[in-house]
Ligand binder design. Structure first.
Ligand code: BGC
Length: 799
């Protein structure tokens, strides 16, 4: 132990107290014993520091801070150096605000486009997500603060997020859902990591010894601390025993009591508790000793603009309508041009310091603007007056810049979408505009995939994603050609939502989220099964063109020459995909294994090298329980997207084992046609029977059932509470703003009431409430009273 001297001075009660926070955002301190407190804050694309009383989903506004583009946006830059720069700026800002631990980056895999938090995550591909996250972590931590990659792991839906079991086979777990975290940990060396709310194959992530100790620490070399997601600690004793350190938020002594009792009864060894305290102190002491950094808000803002600009994706540009020509007149249409959508809702919501908008900023550009029309209501409802005004304005201009996108309610923590459509009122106006105008340029704002079937009616589509506070100018720079778009999509845009194999059961409504599609997430599915898509992974246009030549394979990687064959400077993202046509081990046709962004002047050529690494040829072998390489010939595809491959070469690799898992009975996984996987085939892949829902309507509710199940409670009062909750949620939805605290409650299991009610309830009291909910009113009330008295007398002893 590194901090034996301190730990030996601590009482059991003090050690137990250190494993929970002292408030929503701070760790517990014992200054007289040399233990300081550190401050934790969200979130991935800015610092959300709440002062005064904290409420982890942001009812109380946080202090103003720079709002950078969200992770989904930055990923489109495919530029780890840029992401690292943003990390440095975020780290400095955190430090300047007295924040020691930044709760990000978020790098869950975009398993399905409907996940409400996709805007907070990087990619559908673990290699890309891992590289981006590692860069962000390096940047953040260079400023003396800790990064906290999250949510570890397999946390890809919001519905029942704290009460859902992600059922996934071992190989998919390791290759898809853990590889991003592996890269983030090995290459970023984060000082903290946040465990996910959900279970993985029956075990809460925060209590999973294999995940938190065997894989994270022993295999990947993690030396930081594990923090639970807010309210995500189920059995605190088991969590601490199995490698979790800090239960958050820490507004009660409930967790402390649980640990004390566990040590006293012999359930938890005090040696293990000491070990966790030691590991936590290692980071806390280091962070608290750091000097405060300072920032220049204007510099931060300009970096936010550059980051947004380099992440813009040009999706369509017929007749080279973009960049806009100075002599042409433009009409600006759409509410988002006045009030941009630049971030998503939830714990990541930044109180942005300086939000720019298009209508005010455009005066600084040499464009002839005929005017601005709002065009549609922000909340999806018809408004013919706005439509008429917009059409009249459009008719006066050579080009229409139509600002469209998802509304607030579509991109929120706690709420998955139910479809991919843009708001109907925006599409309605598009139809009307297209009927009178030929030159429509759509400027899109959305942090995740949307239906694109309308693109045929417009000449150009340029996508800024959720671009942060300076996104408006970044977009104007791209529209006018000051910046040449160089972003590429980090997720596939399907033709229909139903084409995505996980869509049949997404979000999973019952206890289990069955990851039936296995490895075939995103492009891995579409590319292998040859299903048409609207825009493929890795896709994005430029105002110039690039040619590829001279692909050479070396022992340590590939080299290829890229030439800018157009008339203006621009940047290209060269992508390396690897496949094995004759593999005995099933695998996607191509998998991303490297990329490089290169900037080229018009006419310039450069030789690019992409190195192989330990991930290039590996697959996870469930027999040897480790990553192995299958022997034989591999295809190396060099492309400008997964479906636009420019050059192919081959390379031979030696096998690392001759033990090959049995692939019999896994035909759909071999062909990649995983949209119809049966229970039998999935069970084969899992190596165990597919779990069957163990709860049916009429059964008693359990501690780990989410509050949304109150609708089925035996107690009439409980059902009434559900109706109220549901009514308030729908009311908020109609207003167009998600109510995050209600959403949190809706998805929260009963047991979390003990940790999320500021000390009012403990586990025994929650168990008694459940007795009431299940229709045994008198028994429940009597148990509640007893538990209440026991809790109060224990609390008195502690204080
Ligand atoms: C979110 C985390 C966030 C935490 C603290 C949770 O609800 O899942 O991502 O860091 O709240 O705000």
């Amino acid at each position: 132990m590194k901090h034996r001297e301190i730990i030996e001075q601590l009482t059991l009660a003090e050690k137990a107290a250190l494993m929970s926070g002292k408030s929503v955002w701070e760790t517990k301190d014992f200054p007289e014993k040399g233990i300081p407190s550190v401050f934790l804050s969200d979130g991935p694309h800015g610092i959300r520091k709440q002062e005064g009383s904290g409420d982890h989903l942001g009812l109380n506004a946080s202090v103003p801070a720079t709002c950078f583009p969200t992770a989904a946006t930055l990923a489109n830059s495919w530029d780890p150096n840029l992401v690292e720069e943003v990390g440095v700026a975020l780290g400095a800002e955190a430090s300047s605000l007295g924040v020691h631990v930044v709760l990000g980056p978020g790098l869950n895999i975009k398993r399905n486009p409907l996940c409400g938090r996709n805007f907070e995550y990087y990619s559908e591909d673990p290699y890309q997500a891992g590289k981006m996250a590692a860069a962000m972590i390096r940047g953040l931590q260079s400023q003396g603060v800790a990064a906290t990659p999250k949510h570890f792991a397999v946390n890809s839906q919001e519905l029942r997020r704290m009460a859902s079991d992600s059922v996934v086979d071992e190989r998919t777990l390791r290759e898809i859902y853990l590889t991003g975290f592996e890269i983030a940990v090995r290459e970023g060396n984060p000082k903290a990591i946040m465990s996910a709310y959900n279970k993985i194959n029956g075990i809460y992530a925060n209590e999973d010894k294999r995940l938190l100790r065997d894989i994270l620490r022993d295999e990947w070399g993690f030396t930081g601390f594990v923090v639970s997601d807010w309210g995500g600690s189920n059995d605190h004793v088991l969590g601490v025993e199995n490698g979790s350190h800090l239960e958050m938020p820490g507004t009660t002594t409930v967790g402390q009591k649980e640990l004390i009792v566990a040590v006293q009864s012999g359930r938890l060894s005090e040696r293990v508790l000491d070990e966790r305290v030691d590991e936590l102190l290692q980071v806390v002491l280091e962070l608290a000793a750091q000097e405060k950094r300072s920032i220049h808000p204007e510099g931060q803002h300009r970096l936010a603009q550059r980051a947004a600009a380099e992440s813009i994706v040009l999706l369509k540009n017929d007749e080279q309508i973009l960049p806009l020509k100075a002599e042409k007149t433009v009409a600006i249409i759409g509410e988002f041009a006045q009030n941009p959508r630049y971030q998503g809702a939830g714990s990541s919501l930044i109180n942005a310091r300086q939000v720019e908008n298009t209508v005010d900023s455009i005066v600084d550009y040499s464009l002839t603007v005929v005017g601005y029309a709002q065009g549609y209501q922000r909340i999806d409802q018809p408004d013919e007056t706005l439509v008429t005004e917009a059409i009249a304005l459009a008719k006066q201009a050579d080009t229409v810049l139509y600002y469209m996108g998802l509304d607030e309610i579509s991109e929120s923590e706690g709420l998955d979408r139910s479809h991919l459509n843009l708001p109907q009122n925006q599409l309605y106006l598009l139809g009307k505009l297209a009927a009178v105008h030929e030159n429509i340029v759509v400027v899109l704002s959305a942090g995740s995939v949307v239906d694109m079937s309308w693109t045929q009616h417009v000449k150009a589509v340029i996508h800024g994603y959720l671009a942060g506070e300076a996104g408006a100018r970044a977009m104007l720079d791209a529209l006018t050609g000051i910046v040449n778009p160089s972003g590429k999509l980090s997720e596939t845009y399907p033709v229909n939502l139903a084409d995505v194999p996980s869509s049949k059961d997404f979000p999973a409504e019952g206890d289990y989220a069955l990851y039936r599609e296995g490895l075939y997430v995103g492009y891995r599915y579409f590319d292998t099964s040859k299903k048409a898509v609207h825009y493929p992974f890795g896709y994005g246009l430029s105002y110039t063109t690039f040619a590829y030549s001279d692909l050479l394979v070396h022992e340590t990687g590939i080299s290829v020459t890229v030439t800018n064959t157009g008339t203006c400077a621009g940047a290209e993202v060269v992508q390396l995909y690897v496949g094995k046509e004759d593999g005995a081990i099933f695998r996607p046709k191509k998998e991303l294994k490297g990329f490089a962004k290169v900037y080229l002047e018009a006419g310039q050529s450069k030789e690019i090298t992409i190195s192989f690494d330990d991930k290039t040829f590996r697959y996870f072998n469930t027999l040897t329980n480790s990553f192995e390489v299958e022997g034989g010939v591999y295809q190396l595809y060099i492309g400008t997207s997964v479906s636009d491959i420019r050059l192919v070469a081959e390379v031979t690799q030696a096998a690392t084992t001759d033990q090959l898992p049995d692939m019999a009975g896994l035909e759909r996984y071999q062909s990649g046609q995983v949209d119809q996987v049966t229970d039998e085939e999935f069970a084969r892949l899992l190596g165990r029977p597919v779990p069957v829902e163990s709860w049916t309507i009429g059964q008693e509710l359990r501690l780990n059932d989410p509050l949304l199940k109150l609708q089925y409670a035996k107690s009439g009062l409980a059902r009434l509470i559900y109706k109220l909750l549901h009514h308030l949620l729908k009311k908020a939805e109609k207003k167009g703003k998600p109510d995050l605290n209600l959403l949190f409650l809706y998805n929260m299991p009963f047991r979390a009431l003990a940790k999320m009610t500021g000390g009012m309830l403990d586990q025994q009291m929650v168990a008694a409430i459940l007795v009431i909910v299940n229709g045994h009113f008198i028994k429940g009330v009597s148990q509640l009273w007893k538990a209440f008295r026991a809790k109060n007398s224990y609390q008195k002893q502690l204080s």
